[in-house]
Design a protein around this ligand. Structure first.
Ligand code: TMP
Length: 207
C-alpha cells in the first residue's frame, strides 16, 4: 500500500530534551492526525520488551540487546507505524533506528553494519522521512540536568564514556544519512529550540 503519511523521528543522547519537543510537535499537529510514539515501546508487546531492555536488574548481552531492539521495532512498525502512515497520519517517534546505530552499534560495539543487517527488513519498509538529531554533548546535558531528578535505567546508569560513544554514533549516522538526518542544536530556551524544529520541517515542506 502507498504510504500517505509523514514519519518524523527524534534522536539524541540522554537528557537533551528531544522527548519534550517530540510531544510538543505531536500536540501542535494533532489536528492533522499526528500521533506520538516512542522506542523502545509503542505497542503493548513492544512495551513489554522495553521493560526487559531497560531493567537494570537483568543482564543482557550486547547481541541479544541489539536483536531485542530490532524485534520491538518490527512489532512497532508492523502494528502501529506502518498502519498509521498508510492511513495518512503523521507519526512522530521518540528514538528509532539511529539509537540502535549509536547505542548498540557504537557504544556496545557490535558495529553499524550488524545493526543495519538486523534492522534491514523493518528499515527497508519503514524509514523516517526526516530525523531530527538533537546535537548536544552528554557532558552538557548532564550539566543542564543537574539538580533535577535523574532516573536510573540500564542505559542511564552507564558511565560518561558510554554516552560519549553514543554521541559519536549519532554523528556517524548523520554522516551516513545526510539526506535524512538534520542536526538541531538545543538552546537553553525551549521555545527557541522548538522554533528550530519547525524551521527544519518547513524547509523540507513537511509541515
Ligand atoms: P528512553 O529513555 O529514551 O525512553 O530510551 C530508553 C533507552 O533505550 C535509552 O537509554 C536509549 C536506549 N535505546 C537503545 O539503546 N537502542 C535503541 O534502538 C533505542 C530505540 C533505544
Amino acid at each position: 500500500m502507498e504510504r500517505k503519511g509523514i514519519f518524523i523521528t527524534f534522536e539524541g543522547c540522554e537528557g537533551v530534551g528531544k522527548s519534550t519537543h517530540a510531544k510538543r510537535l505531536a500536540a501542535l499537529l494533532s489536528e492533522r492526525g499526528a500521533i506520538f510514539t516512542r522506542e523502545p515501546g509503542g505497542t503493548p508487546v513492544a512495551e513489554k520488551i522495553r521493560e526487559i531492555l531497560i531493567s537494570d536488574s537483568l543482564d543482557v548481552s550486547a547481541e541479544t540487546e541489539a536483536e531485542l531492539f530490532a524485534v520491538q521495532r518490527r512489532e512497532h512498525a508492523d502494528n502501529l507505524i506502518i498502519p498509521a502512515l498508510n492511513a495518512g497520519k503523521t507519526v512522530i517517534c521518540d528514538r528509532y533506528i539511529d539509537s540502535s546505530i549509536a547505542y548498540q552499534g557504537f557504544a556496545r560495539g557490535i558495529g553499524v553494519e550488524r545493526v543495519l543487517l538486523l534492522n534491514d527488513y523493518v528499515v527497508r519498509n519503514c524509514m523516517p522521512d526526516v530525523t531530527l538529531f538533537f546535537d548536544m554533548l552528554p557532558a552538557e546535558s548532564f550539566r543542564r540536568k543537574k539538580g533535577s531528578v535523574i532516573e536510573h535505567d540500564r542505559f542511564e546508569s552507564e558511565k560518561e564514556d558510554f554516552h560519549m560513544a553514543c554521541y559519536r554514533g549519532f554523528c556517524e549516522a548523520a554522516r551516513l544519512f545526510p539526506e535524512r538526518i538534520v542536526r538541531i542544536i538545543p538552546d537553553a530556551d525551549k521555545d527557541v529550540t522548538f522554533e528550530r524544529v519547525l524551521v527544519a520541517l518547513k524547509q523540507r515542506g513537511l509541515i
